[in-house]
Structure formats: structure tokens, C-alpha cells
Design a protein around this ligand. Structure first.
Ligand code: C5P
Length: 328
């Protein structure tokens, strides 16, 4: 980048959890997690444009669910810009524009992707010289999923989900996302899990082993989608289904339709269904359209990255030119 750069555009991916185990909450209210994340070809796009000195931070939004996104200090991209400016000792002068594609409150880390993309875009715009480690530390302070949106790929997350280690995963997976109109509150789903465990309606907390379960590790290493589909697991699925009983029908329909496996994304309500390949994904997307808006995406994809211009297609290269069942 040169000092004449006036605008930086960054894409950051949505995530799903192939495996999510949740421990009892700590004193800070956060739950220890063992998570296997995968980044998907569904991207938030953040443009960071230079403003007049002293103008401060402004934000505008467009795209999927944009009206539901706060525009003040509660906006995660704004918080990211402010955190970076403070750490780097620069003025937080930037006009941010978020082009959203990830469902708001959909369990896919859309807000975290905004924060990750804003961190990278502002870092490039301002030329702060922050190291990768410094950006990751700032990301972890913004939210548990923000570091993963920076690194992408397929990764084991421990701690709050923010301590990351890449996982050996071969091949490309085809997922059909079934997206709901109404989002789910992440804290409400964690609280429902705690309550269900306290009353004994879901199994008590197991010991959290901070590694990829052997069966899933072998499946990812081989890249066999049938084995991966059989190994999907999420402790937040039961409380998400309890809060949103309609999701049980989506999960059941995914099995009847021949999905290799399905899992609620994070705290829901999006459901991810694994397909054998492109054609199978198109069939599943058509069949499951009765349960919500469907979209065919691929994983894994890289984390946040600068793109050449705002008009680039936000699609993974593997998806270019393919028919899609929905557009953001
Ligand atoms: O970190 P983030 O802001 O994305 O998390 C949203 C909410 O999800 C937290 O406020 C907390 O209620 C819940 N959460 C949790 N344990 C985690 C991650 C998130 O309880 N490890």
C-alpha cells in the first residue's frame, strides 16, 4: 500500500463449528469451549475509506439484515477501529462501510467477521505496522470468534474459542446453509444450555479435552465427507432447538433429503447440511427451501484478506460461475 491509498476493501468469512463442546461458565460469564471451526465462502465486506483529519469514525451498512445492525459504539467494526486506533496511537478517522452477506444473529460470526475485516482494513489504511500477533490479541478482545475470522481455514479453538491452532483438513466441503428469518441471541442459547444442564434435561458437562476428537481428526485428514458428516456435534444444538422448535424439522428434513450430516451453526438458528458435491448441494438446497432461505457454500476458505476492489465477486473461486440458490 502507498501513502496515497484512500480506500481499502477487506473480505472476512463466516464460520461454522464442525464440533463444539461447552464447559460450565467461568466467573466472567464466558464458557470454556473446544471448537473445530471451518471458514466458509460467505463473506462480509468492509470498506475503510480515509476521511478528513478529526472526522472520527462513521459507519454505514448495506446487504443482508443491514437494518438490524447498530451504527453506534455497539457496532463491532466501529469497536475494532477504535481498539486499533487506541493501541496504535493514531486518530480513529475512518468511514467504514459494511456490505453484509452473513445472517445477523445466525450463529455464523457475521459481526465477528465485520470486526476482523475492519481491523485489517483500518490497519492497512492507517499503516499502523501492527504485527499479526498484535492484531490477533486485539481481535480476541473484541469477541471470541473474531480471531478465527482473521485466520480462517479449519482450526481448533480452545479457551473462549479464541486460542487457535490450524487443523489438517483435506479437500473441499460443500455445505447447504438453511437460514432463518429471525436470529437467536447467543447469550440466551448459552444460558438455556446452563439451565438445561442444571435441571438434568441434557447431559451434564463432560471433561473438555482440548483437542480435535480422534474420529473427526481422521475424517478431516482423509477429507471423506461421509465420515465428516457423521462426526458433526454441537452442545448448543439442543438449547437452540428448545428455543426454536421449528429447527428440529429442518434437521430432520436434512436427514430425509440425504444430507451427509447436519449441525446447527454455533448458537443457531442457521443449520448447515453437508453435501457430497456441487450437484448434491443444489438438490439439497432445492428440497430444503421449504425450511428457510438456502445457500450453497464451500469450506474451508482463508481468513480476512484484502481484495482488489469493492466490485470483486465475494465468492470462493470454487463457486464462481455456479448457479446459486440465493444471493445476499
Ligand atoms: O465473544 P462474543 O461477544 O462473540 O460472545 C457473545 C456472547 O456469547 C457472550 O457475551 C457470552 O454470553 C457468550 N459466550 C460464552 N462463552 C464463549 C463465547 C461466547 O458464554 N466462549
Amino acid at each position: 500500500m502507498t501513502s496515497s491509498t484512500r480506500r481499502v476493501v477487506v473480505h472476512a468469512p463466516a464460520k461454522i463449528n464442525l464440533h463444539l463442546r461447552v464447559g460450565p461458565p467461568g466467573g466472567d460469564g464466558y464458557h470454556p469451549l473446544v471448537s473445530v471451526f471451518q471458514a466458509l465462502s460467505l463473506f462480509e465486506e468492509v470498506t475503510a475509506a480515509a476521511t478528513a483529519p478529526g472526522a472520527g469514525t462513521s459507519v454505514t451498512t448495506a446487504g443482508r439484515g443491514a437494518a438490524a445492525v447498530p451504527l453506534g459504539e455497539g457496532n463491532l467494526a466501529v469497536r475494532a477501529a477504535h481498539a486499533l486506533a487506541l493501541a496504535a496511537g493514531v486518530a480513529p478517522d475512518v468511514a467504514l462501510h459494511l456490505r453484509k452477506a452473513v445472517p445477523v444473529a445466525g450463529g455464523m460470526a457475521g459481526g465477528s467477521a465485520d470486526a476482523a475485516a475492519a481491523l485489517m482494513a483500518c490497519d492497512l489504511l492507517w499503516g499502523t505496522g501492527a504485527t499479526r500477533a498484535e492484531l490477533l490479541a486485539l481481535a480476541a478482545g473484541l469477541g471470541a470468534d473474531v480471531p478465527f475470522c482473521l485466520v480462517g481455514g479449519t482450526a481448533l479453538g480452545t479457551g473462549r474459542g479464541d486460542v487457535l491452532q490450524q487443523v489438517d483438513a483435506r479437500g473441499e466441503l460443500h455445505w447447504v446453509l438453511v437460514m432463518a428469518q429471525e436470529g437467536l441471541s447467543t447469550p440466551a442459547v448459552f444460558t438455556a444450555l446452563d439451565a438445561a444442564r442444571a435441571e438434568g434435561s441434557v447431559p451434564a458437562v463432560q471433561d473438555l479435552v482440548p483437542e480435535v476428537p480422534a474420529v473427526l481428526a481422521a475424517a478431516l485428514h482423509s477429507g471423506d465427507p461421509v465420515a465428516i458428516g457423521a462426526a458433526l456435534a454441537n452442545d448448543l444444538q439442543a438449547p437452540a432447538l428448545a428455543l426454536r422448535p421449528d429447527l428440529a424439522a429442518t434437521v430432520a428434513a436434512a436427514g430425509v433429503a440425504g444430507g451427509l450430516g447436519s449441525v446447527v451453526c454455533g448458537s443457531g438458528p442457521t443449520v448447515a447440511v453437508l453435501a457430497r458435491g456441487t450437484e448434491h448441494a443444489a438438490e439439497l438446497a432445492a428440497t430444503l427451501g421449504a425450511h428457510g432461505e438456502t445457500k450453497h457454500v464451500c469450506g474451508p476458505v482463508p481468513g480476512a484478506r484484502q481484495v482488489e476492489g469493492a466490485d470483486l465477486s465475494p465468492l470462493h473461486p470454487a463457486m464462481r460461475g455456479r448457479a446459486e440458490t440465493a444471493t445476499p
